[in-house]
Every structure is written in C-alpha cells, then in structure tokens.
Design a protein around this ligand. Structure first.
Ligand SMILES: Cc1cc2nc3c(=O)[nH]c(=O)nc-3n(C[C@H](O)[C@H](O)[C@H](O)COP(=O)(O)OP(=O)(O)OC[C@H]3O[C@@H](n4cnc5c(N)ncnc54)[C@H](O)[C@@H]3O)c2cc1C
Length: 634
C-alpha cells in the first residue's frame, strides 16, 4: 500500500497541522505524507511579511508564490483537504490559533536551512514543545542535510569540489515518499483569507506580472513537466548548450526548486538513471552532461551547506579580507547598473532582461555581477540584495553563494583581481550579437563587428545604425583600463589595511562580533549542535548572527588565491595581478611559490578549518584546490 495513503494500516487519529513553506508540492513531501499516515491533517500556509524583514521577496518572486499556492490549494482540495491561508503579524501566533481551533497535537513541517528560517523555526519549535505540542520536521529540500557532510576531522568543507566529492562518496540512499491518495481534513475555523487577500501582488504590479505568465507556469505539476521535458529532450546536450545565452539551454528549474515544487531527490534520481544508462551505452556526451548537471544541483546543496555552517555569510563575506575593501558606494553607478545604462552592451542587455523577465542565464549573472563588483566597485551586498529583489528564482543561499563566488569571497571562487572584459565575453557568448539586439533595440542595427563595443565603431557606422553615443545609448560608464587601475589600487589598499589591522591586533585572535543581543562562540565543528545553540540564543529577529572566534588573522598580503583561472582565461582578462604584486613589493620567488602551490590540486589542507573567515585556509595558497574551468563557469 502507498505509504502516504490515509488507508494505511498504521493510520491513527492524530490531528496534525501541516505547515507549508517552500515545499509547495504533494509528491515526495515527507511532512505531508507523515501527517496523512497519522490521521487528520490541517494544511496551512502562513504569510508574515513582518518576519521576512529585509528579505521580503521581490515582485516576481511573490507572483510565483501566489500562483504556486493557488495550484497547491487546488490539488489539496482534490485530495480532500483545504489549504488554509493566513496573513499574520506573528507566525507562532497563527500556528497556535490553528492548534487551538482543531485541537491539534502535532505540527509537521519540512526544514529550511537559510539563516533566517533556521532561527525562526528553532524558536517556534521550542515554544510549541514547551506547550506540549509534538513537532516533527523533515528534509524535503536537500539530498544531504548540512550536518551530513564533514571532513575526516569533523570540520565543514570550505571548497565546493571537496564538498561535492564527499557527497558523491556518501552514496546516501534517497528515499522519495509517494503523494497521499486521500487526505482527511481536521475540522476547525481560524481567521484565514483568500489568496488575493494575502497581498502577494498589489494592483500596480498586476499588469507587469501578467507578462510573466506567458513565459512561466508555476505550480508543482508544471515543475514536474519541466523536469521530464528537460531530462528527456535537453539533458543530453546540456554540456554543450548550457553556456548559450537565452533560450532553454538549461533546465529552468530554479524557481520550482526554490519553492520546493520539484523534489531535488526526484531530480537527482531521474538524472542519475540517465547517467547510468548513458555510461552503459558509452555515450560520452551524455555522461559529461549528467555530471555537469548533477554538479549544478550540488552547487545548490553547497549554498545551503555554506550558509548553515557559516551562518552570517549573507551579511559578511566568507573570506574576512573583503571587510577592508574600499568599496565605492556610488548610488549613481548603482542606478546605472540597475537600469542597464553602463555603456557595455552585454552588461546592459543582461540587466534589462533581468528587469523585464525576472530571470537571466547563469553566465549573464556572472558577467553583470562581476561588472558591479570589479568595474564599479559596488559592495557585493548591494548586488545580492538587488538580485534578491528582482529574480524570479530569488533564493537567499544561492544568491549569497553567487555573489561571494564572483567577488573573491570564497576560497575557490573568482580571484578578486580577475577582471573580465565584457567586450570579449560578448564575442564569446553572443557571437552574432542576437542577445544584444533582443534586449537593446537601440543597438539592433549595429553590425555584429561593433555591437559589443560601439564606442570603437567609426562615426559612419554609428550614424548608419542610428546610434548616438551619449544620447540614445550611453558611452562606457568607466573605461576598462581605468577600472583595472582602480581595482588594483583598491586591492592594494585593502591589503594594507588588512596588514595594519593584523599588526594592531598584535597577532591575537580576531573576534568577528555580531549584532546579536547575546553572543555565543560557535565553531564550524559539529555545526548542527552549534546552529542549535545559535538559534536558541537568538530572538526571532532574522538579523542576529553568532560570534565566531577566528584562530588567526591573515596578515600576509601575498597569501592570496591561486591564479590558475586567470592564466587559463588570460586573453579575456586584464592581468592586474602582476601590477598588484609589483606595487605591493612582492618578489618573483613569492609569486612562484604562490603559483606552484596553487597548481597543486592534490594537496590536502594541512591546517584545520574551524573558523568562519577561514584565515588559515586562505592564508596558505598550498591549501587551495585547483581552479577548474567548470568552477569559473559557475
Ligand atoms: C551572482 C549570482 C546570483 C545567483 N542567484 C541565484 C538565486 O537567487 N537563485 C538561484 O536559484 N540561483 C542563483 N544563482 C545560480 C544560477 O545562476 C541559477 O541557479 C541558474 O542560472 C538557474 O537556471 P537553471 O535552473 O536553468 O539552471 P541549471 O543549469 O539547469 O541547473 C539546475 C539547477 O542547479 C542549481 N544551480 C545551478 N547553478 C547554480 C549555482 N551557481 N549556484 C546554486 N545553484 C545552482 C539551480 O537550482 C538550478 O535550477 C546565482 C548565480 C550567480 C552567479
């Protein structure tokens, strides 16, 4: 018999509140299945804008949520239970209202791992347990929960490759639960509202949102269809197509995955089956494609892992050195970037697509985010927040990971000194200029030869194309040479300040203080326990973060990240690393030492990594894994 069936022999007569959040599906939903097995269910979705704080979802993300909730409500109704929607000032208050209304003895929900939900859920769990309510939480969002994967010393990994290799070694058995056949609704009345009354979409947003429905179909069964369509028709060529801008070269599953409309276990299993099949057939392309796609799923897992183990990565970068970076917090530049008026066609096209559709390809995300951080020197947190506000698939952990990756904040991410040239990237990723023509109609008549660098085009060409630089299309906001110099200077300054801060601290441990009322010392070892302690001490205010003891400050301006990716991509980048090193007075032998060590991927970290800012790790280039082309493609 179906384990989720209400007619299961184990069926009891408990009354369980099933608290839906970002698990808007019925298939492979362990909280729903367990509650259905146990007796009567009371499915509820609680919308509490106040508790979302600064991470209140943006317009397009809320549009998606609204459609998905409507879809889920319909499905649950057809199974026999209604999804109760509540708009509230306090989630715990609304949960208690439901508990009292139906006389529930249990609350079941699926875990979320972002720093905000972890704190909130822990507090709620504590309060409910105090009141004698049984609370059951399940994993419905990840293949591996963050506390499943540690190195041999019990420490959290800080590089993706090591993490994902370990995950693949674990060979965990993935168990998917079937959807219940039937649900028995627990009776009770609460102050609920309609989907419209939740206020996810206001009147002024409706007309722009209407366009989204042309391209996207939210809802769990559409997510399922999208998965099948991708696996059957596009997965095989993923290795070749995934770099193509526009179109459906990738799975487009990210918004479904964010709202839990597709089970990540199901995605993994389907792709793994293809992998086995293609391996047997000796289909090399198929194998490569499945490896790369599973790696993409691994990146999503890793984003949760990093945020869980280093819980304040959303407001502080993983590598502590960036805290000394002299950002240019120019509102004007930020505005020009947001509006797609930087004068660099590829960047502008990307930003216009983002604004118009709420979605951009990963390659474009990397290009526009690098431009913001490396060319405009805008704080990465600004970009992260803007993406959060505008992306259809806005996902706190993936967004954090993406921005930290490109801004030199991760040990295995882009080097801070790496500066890609948008003109050359344009010729590589949009060789015919079609992407530019689509999103920048003012450049539609530019010949392909000049479309990625109209500022170099002869006056006659500009005239014939109807382009008036500075009038109907901007001149570059900053020359790339100048940007490279500014970045060099900023990095030198950062290292000077960092060195001075290290000297002032007299070699003693750095303590990264947080903004919590009460502070806790938390390491990354036994992070699950640590996270519990953290949650327990913080209020439900989502901005509370723990104090971390860093064992050592990285004082050495030379001890930077590897330059492998730069070497590989030399022709596309401004090689400002050498400038930095000569200006900072580094010797050739230092550089050699660095690059030799950096090219060694086989070397294992020799020191333990028990602190958030990973100073020991990043202070020794020996410990850094080799950068792969795939890494740079992330
Ligand atoms: C600066 C920046 C910000 C980003 N912000 C977000 C975000 O807010 N939400 C989001 O879902 N993704 C984000 N990403 C990751 C990535 O760009 C998107 O997940 C991907 O483009 C979604 O398209 P897809 O579903 O077709 O991906 P596919 O290539 O088909 O990959 C399948 C799935 O793997 C996961 N995935 C793929 N690449 C990544 C990655 N680099 N990091 C984490 N997960 C990944 C996604 O869940 C994706 O749906 C960001 C990347 C960068 C560089």
């Amino acid at each position: 018999m179906d384990p989720g069936s209400s007619e299961s022999p184990n069926m009891g007569c408990n009354k369980t509140i099933v608290w839906f959040r970002r698990d808007l599906r019925i298939e492979d939903n362990p909280a729903l299945a367990a509650a259905a097995r146990d007796g009567f269910v009371y499915p509820v979705y609680i919308w509490c804008p106040k508790e979302e704080g600064q991470f209140y979802p943006g317009r397009v993300s809320r549009w998606w949520l609204k459609q998905s909730l409507a879809y889920l409500k319909q499905t649950l109704k057809s199974l026999g239970a209604d999804l109760v929607l509540m708009k509230t000032q306090s989630t715990i208050f609304s949960l208690l209202e439901c508990i009292n209304a139906i006389g529930a003895t249990k609350v079941a929900f699926n875990c979320l791992y972002d720093p905000i939900s972890l704190v909130r859920d822990h507090n709620i769990k504590e309060k409910l347990v105090e009141l004698g309510i049984s609370v059951q939480s399940y994993n419905a969002d990840l293949l591996y929960e963050p506390w499943d994967v540690y190195d041999e010393n019990g420490n959290a990994f800080t590089t993706f490759k090591e993490y994902w290799d370990k995950c693949l070694l674990l060979q965990k058995e993935l168990i998917s639960t079937l959807p219940p056949w039937k649900l028995q609704q627990a009776a009770g009345m609460v102050g609920c509202c309609s989907i419209e009354e939740l206020g996810l979409e206001n009147e002024s947003e409706k007309s722009s949102n209407a366009l989204l429905a042309r391209a996207w179909s939210p809802g769990w069964s559409n997510g399922d269809k999208a998965l099948v369509e991708f696996v059957e028709n596009h997965l095989l060529e993923y290795a070749i197509n995934r770099q193509h801008l526009g179109g459906s070269s990738t799975s487009l599953l990210s918004p479904y995955l964010h709202y839990g409309e597709v089970s990540v276990c199901k995605v993994f299993q389907k792709v793994r089956m293809k992998q086995i099949l293609w391996a047997r057939e000796g289909n090399a392309l198929g194998e490569q494609s499945t490896n790369l796609f599973l790696r993409a799923i691994g990146l999503r897992e890793y984003s949760r892992y990093i945020c869980f183990n280093f819980p304040f990565t959303y407001e502080r970068s993983l590598l502590s050195s960036l805290k000394f970076f002299p950002w240019h917090d120019s509102q004007d530049n930020f505005k020009a970037w947001r509006q797609g008026r930087t004068g660099y066609p590829l960047v502008d096209a990307g930003m216009r697509e983002l604004w118009a559709t709420g979605w951009i390809h990963n390659r474009i995300r990397v290009i526009v985010s690098c431009f913001a951080v490396k060319v405009l020197l805008l704080p990465w947190k600004w970009g992260m927040k803007y993406f959060w506000d505008t992306l259809l698939d806005a996902d706190l952990e993936s967004d954090i990971l993406g921005w930290q990756y490109i801004s030199g904040s991760l040990p295995d991410g882009h080097e801070l000194e790496r500066l890609d040239d948008p003109q050359i990237q344009g010729s590589k990723f949009d060789p015919d200029g079609e992407y530019i023509r689509h999103w920048l109609p003012e450049l539609a008549r530019m010949p392909t030869e000049w479309i990625h660098h109209p500022w170099d085009a002869p006056q006659t060409v500009l005239h014939a194309s109807g382009v008036e630089l500075g009038l109907n299309y901007p001149t570059p906001i900053v020359e790339l040479d100048l940007a490279a110099n500014r970045l060099t200077e900023a990095i030198i300054k950062m290292r000077e300040i960092e060195a001075a801060a290290g000297a002032n601290s007299n070699g003693t441990n750095e303590v990264v203080m947080d903004n919590a009322d009460r502070v806790q010392s938390v390491g990354t070892t036994n992070a699950a326990a640590a996270a519990k302690t953290t949650c327990a001490t913080n209020s439900s205010n989502d901005q509370k973060v723990p104090t971390i003891q860093n064992s050592k400050v990285n004082n050495n301006p030379l001890s930077r990240k590897r330059s492998k990716a730069m070497e590989e991509k030399g022709e596309f980048q401004y090689n400002i690393r050498n400038n930095i090193q000569s200006e900072a007075g580094t010797s050739k032998s230092d550089e050699d030492l660095c690059s030799t060590a950096e090219s060694s991927s086989s070397k294992k970290p020799s020191t333990s990594r028990t602190s958030f800012s990973v100073p020991q790790f990043c202070s020794s280039s020996k410990e850094l894994p080799q950068s792969s082309e795939e890494n740079t493609d992330r």
